[in-house]
Design a protein around this ligand. Structure first.
Ligand SMILES: [Zn+2]
Length: 281
């Protein structure tokens, strides 16, 4: 049984396993959010070959699957046609080069894919709490604007599975990081709760402290992504969140918090369309 995402998403059956796709993103750019059942999903230490099914799903050679060395920052890698393969330190990748697909990996952090309905440029981003305190969603929107002439109102964003407030206990250091980064108290209050928030879609994982520990919070990074994208000018109706918690669904999704060092990884990958309109105007 596959867990039910929000209406903006659908399950697709790729040869490598089930993957989530975003209905609104699909007409703009081929993309996948992979699951634990892909080769990568059981790879605690992934080798390049584990990425082959992701490349195949996006119909590119493995050498044209653009990845980065993710460092929980907000640096952006701009991939251009003809670039030599490299894997710089970055957590955001942007491109309008339809010969390549962009991929990030997660196992609780938020995977974010964006496509520009007007120019066809795309972004793939990875953000855990450090990345969200560092405003990764804004960095992705700003990079598309700066590099490819995007207007935030034309962007469509898809937020794949990530650990949510049903399962993700964090300490005061995490809340403090957002306060130090200058986020308003009201915004922070919308991302943290003092007790777990299970739902029929996302039951709490086993082993949470009961009763909830004092001076600890439960964090929903995907809501922080939504709010940061809206603040960057992306219309709320164009932001789609799957609302599936990685830790809640051990059969299907990879979770570092749940499985520790043995956790596999899931890919979020996106490829610009060949029929893209010009990327500047
Ligand atoms: Zn959960």
């Amino acid at each position: 049984m596959l867990p039910q995402p929000t209406d903006g998403f659908a399950w697709a059956q790729a040869p490598a396993g089930p993957a989530l796709v975003c209905r609104a993103l699909q007409p703009l750019a081929d993309h996948v959010f992979t699951t634990r059942r892909w080769t990568l999903g059981s790879a605690a230490v992934a080798i390049d070959a584990d990425w082959q099914p992701v490349a195949t799903a996006l119909n590119v050679e493995l050498a044209h699957l653009v990845r980065v060395h993710q460092v929980h920052g907000h640096a952006v890698f701009v991939r251009r046609a003809g670039d030599r393969p490299s894997r710089p330190d970055a957590d955001v990748i942007v491109s309008a080069d339809s010969s390549a697909a962009l991929a990030i990996q997660t196992a609780d952090c938020v995977p974010l894919l964006i496509a520009d309905a007007r120019t066809g440029a795309v972004a793939a981003a990875h953000a855990g709490w450090r990345g969200l305190a560092a405003r990764v969603p804004s960095a992705a929107v700003e990079a598309l604007t700066r590099e490819f002439g995007s207007r935030p109102g034309d962007l469509v964003a898809a937020v794949g599975p990530s650990i949510r407030a049903c399962c993700y206990e964090v300490g005061a250091d995490v809340v403090d990081a957002f306060a130090r980064a200058g986020f308003a108290d009201a915004a922070i209050a919308g991302w943290f709760t003092t007790s777990p928030q299970p739902s029929s879609r996302n039951p709490s994982m086993p082993g949470l402290p009961r009763p909830p520990r004092s001076n600890h919070w439960y964090f929903d990074g995907s809501t922080a992504v939504r709010h940061q994208l809206e603040a960057a000018g992306v219309p709320a109706r164009r932001i789609h969140v799957a609302e599936l918690c990685t830790a809640s669904h051990p059969e299907v999704l990879c979770s570092y918090r749940r499985d520790g060092n043995g956790a596999g990884r899931m890919a979020g990958a996106i490829r610009p369309r060949t029929s893209n309109r010009k990327s500047h105007n």
